[in-house]
Design a protein around this ligand. Structure first.
Ligand code: MN
Length: 225
């Protein structure tokens, strides 16, 4: 089931070229649902929101990044499900590969569904409310699926909106992005990650130590062409 969900993810990538996880690594079991946000300096800078559900990360590319101002509606383009081990990925995807560019772990933590519907039902309905308990983002949000897609329906577009609560702000909702320019996992800047310098990210999805083993395995796989 999980393998099936990841077929699009795998089809888009050549794991001999990219350091991204192939989804074959078991992650730490968790009795809470995890989420991560990756800042991704690809063709266009965006923030990837990934929420753990049914063994994968449901994923959206938030073009301008999340805002804490409920007046801001942020375009969130639905993308393919990602494997849970992606939640520890920080590094640079080579140019020419899908999503080529530098990826930073910008936030991570836990989330819970809000409301009476199951998250699966809420997603299906296109009205998905949830609460984030991250290092940087907190409180209630909603993803609302748009009825009309601007590019002929090739993509599924949603809007990410902050609900009014103790964590919402009235203005400068995007200031949180400018105030937090380092990785939650390694403390590095985008420049340091791009240069391959500084500390390795501290794992969150995998037991500590696993991340290093995986990167060695990936190296071996890359040599084994
Ligand atoms: Mn991305």
């Amino acid at each position: 089931m999980t393998a099936d969900k990841l077929s699009t993810y795998k089809k888009k990538r050549d794991f001999k070229q990219t350091q991204e996880p192939s989804g074959s690594t078991e992650v730490k079991p968790s009795n809470r649902l995890r989420f991560i946000i990756q800042k991704h300096d690809a063709t266009r800078l965006h923030y990837d929101l990934r929420l753990e559900l049914d063994g994968v990360f449901k994923s959206w590319a938030v073009t301008k990044g999340p805002s804490l101002d409920p007046g801001d509606k942020r375009l969130a383009v639905e993308v393919e499900d990602h494997p849970l081990d992606y939640g520890d990925f920080e590094g640079t995807i080579p140019k020419g590969q899908y999503g080529g560019g530098t990826v930073m772990l910008w936030d991570r933590g836990y989330w819970e569904p809000e409301g009476s519907k199951s998250p699966e039902e809420a997603l299906k309905k296109g009205d998905f409310k949830f609460v984030l308990h991250g290092k940087r983002l907190h409180g209630s949000f909603v993803l609302v699926r748009m009825r009309h897609n601007r590019d002929g329906g090739k993509r599924t577009n949603w809007l990410l909106i902050k609900h009014h609560d103790d964590h919402s702000v009235e203005e400068n909702g995007a200031a949180i992005l400018d105030e937090n320019l380092t990785s939650v996992a390694s403390g590095r800047t985008m420049e340091q990650i791009a240069a391959g310098k500084g500390r390795k990210p501290k794992p969150f999805m995998m037991a500590s130590g696993d991340a290093a083993v995986i990167s060695i395995r990936q190296r071996i796989r890359q040599l084994d062409v």
